[in-house]
Design a protein around this ligand. Structure first.
Ligand SMILES: Cc1cc2nc3c(=O)[nH]c(=O)nc-3n(C[C@H](O)[C@H](O)[C@H](O)COP(=O)(O)OP(=O)(O)OC[C@H]3O[C@@H](n4cnc5c(N)ncnc54)[C@H](O)[C@@H]3O)c2cc1C
Length: 200
């Protein structure tokens, strides 16, 4: 449930590796856009919650902040003192690109309901009744399919081949685009199974 971004230098490394425009400054607006930061209560601030509102968004979908049961101030002070004695600083705002040190970082949590926030709660549940939205649970993508009729020199993905929950194999065609977001390990695997990258 930790709501922590990264060190600015880690994000800037994407650009150093050759991805023009992919850096901390250009990513920050999207971090803010996706976030619904719940401003800590006075009691939570006394217990150690600290923030810089300039690096948080308050109108996005994903609720972030501190849950109702923050540890008491004494515990925080004690741990902070221990860290300080080893040379680690206290940081007020770990999500502003500088995250080294001790902090009471925010969580992905719905404070009012006091439950964990996740992609389903933040993005799917609010729109689950839309008639133009279908969610296929327990389905498994094998590969992306290619537009064989495309006259463009750039290959064009036309859809995905997958097995649905009943074990039936299906092909879904895309009118506009396919977004591949199967995680850091599975996305490259699906690309390879689709003929992109290492064929072996
Ligand atoms: C133990 C652990 C703790 C973490 N804790 C935190 C934390 O506290 N805070 C934080 O910010 N980050 C945390 N992370 C990192 C964070 O979870 C990931 O960075 C993030 O979930 C990546 O999101 P994603 O959408 O790119 O991929 P994922 O969340 O990996 O989503 C990929 C989805 O694709 C699905 N999929 C894969 N292959 C197929 C297929 N062939 N067909 C259909 N579906 C498929 C998977 O089932 C999955 O649902 C943690 C990670 C781990 C492992």
């Amino acid at each position: 449930m930790a709501y922590l971004r990264a060190q600015a230098a880690q994000i800037d490394a994407w650009e150093h590796l050759g991805n023009d425009g992919w850096n901390w400054e250009s990513l920050l607006p999207y971090y803010k856009q996706s976030e619904h930061f719940q401003i800590p209560t006075e009691e939570q601030c006394l217990a150690g919650a600290a923030y810089d509102i300039d690096v948080h968004g308050t109108t996005g979908y994903l609720k972030t902040g501190w849950n109702t049961g923050l540890l008491g101030e004494n515990v925080t002070s004690l741990i902070n003192a221990t860290y300080t004695s080893t040379g680690l600083p206290y940081i007020q705002e770990p999500n502003g690109g500088s995250m080294r040190g001790f902090t009471r970082y925010p969580a992905t949590v719905d404070r009012e309901l006091n439950v964990r926030e996740d992609a389903g709660r933040a993005y799917y549940l609010p729109v689950q009744n839309r008639t133009n939205l279908d969610l296929y649970t327990n389905s498994f993508v094998q590969r992306m399919t290619w537009d064989k009729d495309s006259t463009s020199s750039t290959p064009r993905v036309s859809g995905v081949q997958f097995t649905d929950a009943s074990g039936k194999q299906k092909v879904m065609s895309a009118k506009k685009e396919v977004i591949l977001s199967a995680g850091a390990l599975r996305s490259p695997l699906i690309l390879e199974l689709s003929g992109v990258g290492n064929s072996a």
